[in-house]
Design a protein around this ligand. Structure first.
Ligand SMILES: [Fe+2]
Length: 336
């Protein structure tokens, strides 16, 4: 290999960004060249304008072990394509097979959340996420009987837990609040949106931390700050009311990371310890914990729903027995 090739590879390394295989789902032609890494060198695996179908995607997965790359400047073209698909899916959500449309919508929405985490300050991506989530919430409120089917389908898709957790916890929260018959649908939808966006502050945490087995104290502090960062990112940019923003701010009041830090540090990091929890905040937190336990982590496997409920019983039953019973009744009714 000559020196100009080395130089070319070095330059490519600086300009490439990783690409998830699912970013190529549902698009007919790739808008840019796609590369994989072979023996430490970038190799073209799919040329710009190549048609894409399921068979080809399976081949790519085999040939690349899932490690795909494209040029940073070209990645925007894929993002635009996927966002256009989400816009179309949102417009036609209640046309035809509503159940299949809803499953797709959850998947598109998850991908757009990834794009939001890549650039949390991009208004277009945030607005698209809000509008699409609002349309999804309306359908979910009207179709409580299909939540289990949606949940099973979503789990099968194996999204990364950082993206799956807010989607699943929001699905549970919406169902629980609707089932409580305490809120009008519009309020249930607004709590769904707040829950879905509560972790956008995670976008400021380096992605390698998400795969770590042993978090340092500094990592833990960084994770615990994400509600405050979410608040900064969202304030003044969404229709969320102050009450919703408060929920986002306090959505880690029971964090298991917090319990490992000194009491002084816990209070300095987040004032949640001194805050009285309202029903909506409490249920947002508990649904988030349940959704977290239902997914794999680098340091543990996924728990069952029953194990998750047993865990939340330990942390809430003494203080909130009525709320705990409501949660159990809800899961028995819709997820058994
Ligand atoms: Fe969170």
């Amino acid at each position: 290999m000559d020196s100009s090739h080395y130089l070319q590879q070095y330059k490519a390394g600086l300009e490439m960004v990783p690409l998830a295989l699912r970013e190529l789902f549902n698009i007919e032609y790739v808008p840019c060249d796609i590369y994989t890494l072979k023996k430490g060198l970038f190799e073209l695996i799919l040329k710009k304008e190549s048609p894409v179908d399921k068979k080809l995607l399976a081949q790519i997965l085999n040939n690349s072990s899932g490690s795909l790359y494209t040029l940073r400047v070209e990645h925007q073209k894929i993002i635009k394509k996927q966002q256009e698909l989400l816009r179309i899916a949102t417009r036609s959500l209640s046309m035809g097979n509503t159940i299949e449309n809803t499953k797709k919508q959850m998947s598109f929405l998850t991908l757009n959340m990834y794009y939001l985490y890549l650039d949390a300050l991009d208004n277009e991506t945030l607005n698209l996420q809000l509008q699409s989530a609002q349309a999804l919430a309306k359908l979910l409120v009207a179709m409580m009987h299909i939540h289990k089917e949606l949940y099973d389908d979503y789990i099968r898709q194996k999204h990364h837990y950082i993206l799956a957790q807010p989607v699943l916890s929001s699905l549970f929260l919406l169902g629980l609040l609707k089932n409580s018959k305490t809120y009008i649908d519009q309020d249930v939808e607004a709590f769904f949106l707040a829950s879905l966006l509560k972790d956008v502050g995670m976008s400021f945490i380096p992605t390698d931390k998400f795969e770590k087995n042993n978090l340092t104290d500094s990592d833990k502090k960084q994770f615990l700050r994400h509600p405050q960062i979410s608040l900064k990112i969202l304030t003044g940019r969404t229709p969320l009311r102050p009450h919703h923003l408060k929920i986002i701010e306090h959505h880690h009041a029971f964090s298991d990371l917090r319990s490992e830090l000194s009491p002084e540090l816990q209070i300095r990091l987040n004032p949640s310890n001194n805050v009285m929890l309202g029903f909506e905040t409490l249920t947002t937190i508990i649904m988030d914990i349940i959704a977290a336990m239902l997914s794999d982590r680098p340091y543990r496997g996924a728990c069952t729903l029953l194990e998750s409920l047993e865990f939340v019983k330990k942390i809430m039953f003494d203080q909130f027995p009525t709320e705990f019973k409501l949660i159990v009744q809800f899961f028995k009714k819709y997820y058994a």
